[in-house]
Design a protein around this ligand. Structure first.
Ligand code: PFF
Length: 490
């Protein structure tokens, strides 16, 4: 992994911090231009203090529940190999270009999303607003699922594998009232506690150890699963495309998933980019992030989809969001040493979820510390309480409030739909319009090349950002609205 991406910021004195220091009070490094908006500078945000820094933090944000929980169920729901084909195309080409775009916007402006878009072009200030609202909506429902992972990790660690493996155990758990609320609270407290300490202490240490171990472990588990009788059918479903089934819906699902998985259109990569030093190669970083994240999803697909087919047959793939939790415990329980393996798996998955959760929270917390006199810990705990309250209806919607339907969806489904098909595509659309037609792709290309390296994908970048992006994303936004108003069903 690259080690040249980060320049350690000068330390901020305690006194400055206490007094709510602004960029004028602290020593500046060369990362950020002077911020005339009154936003605190890089140093006072306290991010990334190790050599591995940026790529690791960005990968930590990207790899999470989106890869292990969401990717397999999206693949299972939207046509297996057909979805995979569309996903690879969109994530690796368009996703990588958008990563470059967002990171560069952050680095050019030295600001989080709220200021960054406004600084580049006032007409696009709304994109920054939406990019801030998006993680504020995702984090609460992400925490509900993070809570499920925390609970499974605890159950396996305390010898409860047999109970977790029983049919119906997952639904029985999520439909309870207090237990999921407790685990949701635990997940949010974990994220807030690490954020309050400052990113450098908490997240980097977790990322450095947990990410590689998690990937290796998933690979081992996938190999084990592939040896089980019946796994072949699952692999075929996951890999083999049926081009007759390739539809607009496949591409919409693939775009939604790639945004979520690569942490795009939620302000995270803009915010992280604002901490990146000038001579770092953004292109190289973006390719590494996309490659790592896509590999994690592929491995999760090879693990979860065959496992589901082994345990529940091919029809088991229709379970939607519960796919991972309803069937994987049974696989662990059936395998030799499975209780231990399950405990390690869910604990590492929890670490991956926490590092992503932190990045979602970070965008909101940074904005709060930039714009108010609250200290970082105060801001982190304030955002934590707000998110917990916002998450309550989501978890209750799985049980006590399961009769509540919003546009035909439960509350979790609705929040997912809102961010996935309305907010993120709108932020993505705003971003490609800003670059393609507002400031022009040239400005971004020059900013990428400010590192002294040529931007090799510049041609592809221009075409994708200027033409493909606006078409794809406006298509997505229009279809979502038509779907929301019941004009079409996909
Ligand atoms: N990329 C994260 C995952 O795959 O779990 C989730 C996520 C993080 C989505 C940050 C959006 C975001 F802005």
């Amino acid at each position: 992994m690259t080690t040249d991406l980060y320049q350690a910021p000068a330390k901020l004195s305690r006194k400055n911090l206490k007094q709510g220091a602004t960029s004028v009070d602290v020593p500046r490094n060369t990362i950020n231009p002077i911020d005339r908006t009154g936003q605190k500078s890089t140093e006072s945000r306290g991010l990334f203090n190790s050599k591995i820094g940026f790529v690791l933090a960005a990968v930590g944000s990207a790899v999470g529940l989106g890869n292990v929980w969401r990717f397999p169920y999206f693949a299972a729901t939207y046509g297996g190999g057909t979805f995979l084909f569309a996903y690879l195309l969109i994530a690796l080409l368009f996703g990588t270009c958008l990563l470059v775009a967002e990171i560069t916007i952050g680095r050019m402006t030295g600001a989080g999303p709220l200021q960054a878009f406004r600084k580049l072009d006032k007409r696009f200030a709304w994109v920054g607003m939406l990019a801030l609202i998006t993680p504020a909506i995702i984090f609460p429902f992400y925490s509900v699922i993070g809570g499920w992972v925390a609970r499974y990790s605890f159950v396996f660690l305390t010898g409860g594998a047999a109970g977790a493996a029983e049919t119906g155990a997952f639904a029985a758990f999520t439909s309870q009232t207090w237990s999921p609320i407790l685990w949701l609270g635990i997940f949010i407290v974990m994220c807030a506690a690490l954020l309050a300490q400052g990113i450098r202490k908490g997240v980097e240490r977790i990322n450095l150890v947990a990410m590689p171990v998690f990937i290796v472990m998933m690979m081992g588990l996938a190999i084990y699963t592939l040896t089980l009788p019946g796994a072949g059918e699952g692999v075929r479903h996951f890999l083999l495309p049926n081009f007759n089934e390739l539809s607009l819906n496949t591409f919409i699902a693939a775009t939604r998933q790639s945004f979520f998985s690569l942490s795009l259109a939620g302000g995270v990569m803009v915010a992280y980019g604002s901490y990146l030093k000038k001579d770092a190669s953004i292109e190289k970083a973006a390719v590494q992030i996309a490659a790592f994240d896509t590999s994690a999803s592929l491995i999760a697909g090879f693990l979860v989809i065959p496992a589901v087919v082994v345990v529940a047959g091919i029809d088991g793939l229709g379970q939607g969001a519960g796919l991972l939790f309803a069937t994987l415990p049974a696989v662990f329980y059936a395998m030799p040493g499975g209780a231990v393996v399950g405990a390690i798996f869910f604990t590492l998955m929890l670490a991956a979820a926490v590092t992503s959760g932190i990045s979602l929270m970070e965008v909101v917390v940074t904005t709060v510390t930039d714009r108010t006199r609250l200290s970082r810990p105060q801001a982190a705990w304030t955002v934590a309480v707000g998110s917990f309250l916002a998450a309550l209806p989501v978890t209750l919607g799985m049980g006590m409030w399961s009769h509540v339907r919003l546009g035909g969806r439960d509350i979790l489904g609705m929040m997912n739909f809102l961010t996935d098909t309305v907010f993120m595509p709108l932020v993505g659309l705003g971003t490609v319009l800003l670059i393609g037609w507002g400031i022009g792709p040239k400005r971004i290309i020059e900013a990428v090349e400010a590192s002294g390296r040529k931007f090799r994908l510049a041609g592809l970048f221009t075409v994708l950002i200027k033409w493909v992006g606006p078409l794809l994303l406006s298509g997505l936004v229009v279809t979502s609205f038509l779907m929301a108003f019941g004009v079409i069903t996909l």
